[in-house]
Design a protein. Structure first.
Length: 286
């Protein structure tokens, strides 16, 4: 067999095995990889390089080495799930470095973590003053998890007592100008409905790069031509405006009539409509 052909075959076999190993054994992003797993990756790369071009080495040897070095991190991950002791020994645990706004210098020295590194990590999380931090932990990956003091945490609608609509994952129904029938069926819609919604905004399906339907049934689209502007969905604002108009009309009718029975009826319905408005307004606002 010619040498160049053997190199091609070796390289192809190694890539197939590497792809299989990475899909089965490695399920982490690069930022979550530990130092040991990183070293294993380097060793696997060296095995692949040597096994692909060094024709004096039998191809079974690099394949065997690749499987072993790929299985080791997987086995350690499985064992760490079963044993907390092994997990702490192999991967370590988070170390507190700030508590009640004070830096724990002993833990910093123990982890050989400098003040400059600490401040840099805090700035990356938009924290510029150590005193604002309630608690901070140095994770095994080298990142810092920060809990700000209550006074410095962002205000949420719950803190202000404001009800907001729940958010669910939108369904992508158009991609690259093609309709995706399965997501449409998931939300109980069909192609006819989609074509009607596109007709309302004056857009053809083949001109849509991406189309999504939110949990309220509103369609938003992104066109291939970025210069074209598409109007935002108006179903929910129109519904809110109609409810407000109905409530205002009932109050107006109550003021205009001189019939006590009719006035009482209009006022009662206006109050009930106001209750409905207060309940649905957080869900209809955009």
């Amino acid at each position: 067999m010619p040498g160049w052909l053997e190199v091609v075959i070796r390289s192809f076999v190694s890539l197939v095995i590497l792809f299989t190993v990475s899909k089965i054994f490695i399920r982490k992003s690069f930022t979550q990889v530990t130092y040991f797993e990183f070293v294993c990756g380097i060793v696997i790369g060296a095995i692949l390089a040597l096994g692909s071009i060094n024709l004096q080495i039998p191809i079974a040897y690099p394949i065997m080495g690749l499987l072993i070095w790929g299985f080791i991190p997987y086995f350690m991950g499985w064992l760490s799930i079963k044993s907390e002791t092994f997990r702490n020994l192999a991967y370590g645990r988070g170390i507190p470095i700030i508590k009640d706004g004070k830096v724990l210098e002993d833990n910093m020295k123990q982890q050989r973590y400098s003040s400059d590194e600490l401040l840099k990590q805090l700035r990356s999380k938009n924290v510029f003053q150590v005193a604002d931090v309630e608690f901070a932990v140095l994770e095994t990956s080298g990142d810092i998890s920060v809990l700000l003091k209550k006074d410095y945490q962002p205000v949420t609608p719950k803190d202000m007592g404001i009800k907001v609509a729940p958010i669910k994952e939108p369904e992508t129904v158009i991609m690259d100008g093609k309709i995706l029938d399965e997501p449409l069926a998931t939300i109980g819609k069909n192609r006819q409905w989609l074509e009607m919604e596109l007709e309302k905004i004056g857009v053809a399906i083949e001109n849509v790069y991406l189309g999504q339907v939110d949990s309220y049934g509103q369609l938003t689209v992104d066109l291939f031509d970025d210069k074209l502007k598409v109007p935002s969905p108006q179903q929910l604002p129109l519904l809110l405006a109609n409810i407000k108009k109905c409530q205002a009309d009932l109050e107006a009718f109550a003021l205009q009539t001189n019939n006590p029975t009719a006035k009482a009826m209009y006022e009662k319905n206006a109050d009930e409509m106001m209750v409905v408005l207060e309940k649905v307004e957080p869900y209809l606002k955009q």
